[in-house]
Ligand binder design. Structure first.
Ligand SMILES: Cc1ncc(COP(=O)(O)O)c(C=O)c1O
Length: 443
C-alpha cells in the first residue's frame, strides 16, 4: 500500500518505497530512489526461441558506428544502398523497397493502413496468431474483413484460398507466410496467381521467413511484403524492411498529402482519403525515401546501419546457401526431437524450416524445462500462445543461431532438462540423431 503523506493526498503508485520510489517523511525512500542503477549486463544467452534470436556480431558492430545527419549525403547514400540490398533479399525489382522504423508490425501496419481505404473488402486466411493480427489491423483501417480459418498446425490448400477470393472478391488478400505461433509456412505461389486472376492485391507478412526460407516476391507475384530484422536476418527488433510494386503504389499515390509546413506552391493534395496514420503513411514514406527526400520522421540511424549490415551478411552468404542452412538445421532438430521420443507439432510437410514446435510430454511441466534451459544452460526456447499455450515449446534455428553447434547444444541441454522434470529420453539419442543428419549432409 502506498503511504498517505501529510496533507491527505494519496502518494502516486510510483512513489511506493517498495519500488524504490520517494516517500514522504524519513528520507530513506529518497536515498533509495537516488541509488545508482548498475551498468547494463544482460545475462549471456543463446537465443533459440521464435525471435528475437542472437544478432550477428557484424550487425552489432555496425550499430556502434557514429551517427550522421539524415540528409548528410553519406547517409542518403546509405539509404539508397539499403533499398538496393533489400531488393536482392526480397528478390524483386520493386522500386519501392525500404525500411519502416519500428518492429515487424510497423511494416505490416504501414502497408495495410495505406493500402486499405475505409469500406474496402479484405480477405484474411488465418492459420495462427499473426493472421489474427492482420485481421485486427485491417479492421482498424476500416476494412470490411472476411476471414477463412484452418486449424492451428495446418495450412490452407491454395485452392481453398482461390475459392474464397472468387466468392468474396476482395480488394486485398492479407496472408502470413510463416506463422511462428504455429510453426507452419503457407505456400504462396498459387495464391499470388489466384490474386492476379481476380485483380486482388496480395499482402504477405514474411517477418519470420525472409532470409531463412524462400521468399520470391516477383516470381510469386506478391504485391506487398513486410518483414523484420530479428529472426532469420539476425538483427535486433526495430526495423521493418518492406517492398511493394506499382499495383500497390497506384493505390497509395492518390492518397498522397504533404504535411502543413512542408508544402511548396506547386502542391496539390491527392484526391483519395488521407491515410489515417501519419507515421505509417506510405505516400509520405515514399517521398522521404525518394529523390524528393521530403522530411518525414528522423530515420533511425543505428537501425538503418543494422539493417544494411544484416542484408550484406545474408547476401554474402548467398540466399540459397542460407536457406539450405536453415533447412538442414530444421531437419537435424526434428530428427533429434523425435529420437528423444518427443512429438513435433503440426503438419510436417508444411513446417517452417526455422521454427519447430515440440509437443510437451504430459508428465512434464513445460515452464520448468524452460527455466532449467535458461538458468542452467543459458538457452532460451519459446513458450506458445492461445490454444497452444502449455502444449508446445517453440525452438528457433534462425540466422546467427542457426548453427550445428547451437542445435546440438540445445538438444543436449533439453535432454538433461527433461530428465530432471520427469521424462527420460534414451541417453544421447537426440544429439546423435541430429549429428547423423549433419554428417550425412557434410559427406
Ligand atoms: C509472423 C510474424 N508476424 C509479425 C510479428 C510481429 O513482429 P514484431 O513483434 O517485431 O512487431 C511476428 C513476431 O513474432 C511474427 O512472427
Amino acid at each position: 500500500m502506498s503511504p498517505r503523506p501529510a496533507g491527505g493526498r494519496c502518494a502516486p503508485p510510483w512513489a511506493s518505497p517498495e519500488d524504490g520510489g520517494v516517500s514522504a517523511g524519513d528520507g530513506r525512500g529518497e536515498a533509495r530512489a537516488n541509488a545508482p542503477i548498475p551498468d547494463l549486463a544482460p545475462p549471456p544467452r543463446l537465443l533459440m526461441g521464435p525471435g528475437p534470436v542472437d544478432a550477428d556480431p557484424r550487425v552489432l558492430r555496425a550499430m556502434a558506428m557514429p551517427l550522421i545527419g539524415q540528409f548528410d549525403p553519406a547517409f542518403t547514400a546509405y539509404m539508397n544502398e539499403v533499398m538496393a540490398l533489400y531488393r536482392r533479399v526480397f528478390r524483386t525489382g520493386n522500386r519501392w523497397t525500404f525500411l519502416v522504423d519500428g518492429t515487424a508490425r510497423a511494416g505490416i501496419e504501414a502497408l495495410l493502413t495505406s493500402m486499405i481505404e475505409p469500406g474496402d473488402r479484405v480477405l484474411v486466411p488465418i492459420f495462427g496468431r499473426f493472421g489474427h493480427l492482420l485481421r485486427e489491423i485491417a479492421l482498424r483501417s476500416g476494412a470490411e474483413v472476411t476471414v477463412i480459418e484452418t486449424a492451428w498446425g495446418t495450412v490452407f490448400e491454395p485452392g481453398r484460398i482461390a475459392e474464397a477470393i472468387t466468392r468474396h472478391r476482395p480488394k486485398i488478400v492479407a496472408l502470413v507466410h510463416g506463422d511462428t505461433s504455429t510453426t507452419m509456412a503457407q505456400p504462396l505461389a498459387e495464391v499470388g496467381a489466384a490474386c492476379r486472376a481476380a485483380d486482388a492485391l496480395l499482402y504477405v507478412d514474411a517477418t519470420a521467413t525472409l532470409g531463412g526460407m524462400a521468399v520470391r516476391v516477383d516470381d510469386w507475384r506478391l504485391d506487398a511484403v513486410s518483414a523484420g530484422l530479428q529472426k532469420c536476418l539476425s538483427g535486433p527488433p526495430g526495423s521493418a524492411p518492406i517492398t511493394f510494386n506499382e499495383r500497390v503504389s497506384a493505390v497509395v499515390e492518390p492518397r498522397r498529402h504533404i504535411e502543413e509546413g512542408l508544402q511548396g506552391p506547386e502542391y496539390h493534395p491527392g484526391s483519395g482519403a488521407r491515410v489515417q496514420s501519419n507515421y505509417f503513411d506510405l505516400a509520405m514514406l515514399m517521398d522521404y525515401w525518394s529523390e524528393a527526400r521530403l522530411n518525414h520522421h528522423t530515420e533511425a540511424t543505428s537501425m538503418l546501419y543494422a539493417a544494411r549490415e544484416a542484408a550484406r551478411v545474408a547476401l554474402e552468404e548467398g540466399l540459397e546457401a542460407r536457406i539450405a542452412r536453415h533447412r538442414l538445421a530444421g531437419r537435424a532438430l526434428v530428427a533429434g526431437i523425435q529420437a528423444m521420443g518427443l512429438g513435433v507439432f503440426g503438419d510436417l510437410a508444411h513446417k517452417m524450416d526455422n521454427v519447430t514446435g515440440v509437443v510437451i510430454p504430459p508428465e512434464v511441466e513445460g515452464e520448468a524445462v524452460r527455466a532449467i534451459l535458461r538458468e542452467d544452460f543459458g538457452i532460451e526456447i519459446g513458450t506458445s500462445f492461445g490454444p497452444l499455450h502449455g502444449r508446445i515449446w517453440r525452438i528457433g534455428t534462425m540466422g546467427y543461431a542457426c548453427r550445428k553447434s547451437c542445435v546440438l547444444t540445445c538438444l543436449a541441454a533439453l535432454e538433461t532438462a527433461l530428465r530432471h522434470t520427469g521424462h527420460t529420453p534414451p541417453p544421447h539419442a537426440g544429439v546423435d540423431a541430429a549429428l547423423t543428419v549433419y554428417r550425412a549432409a557434410e559427406a
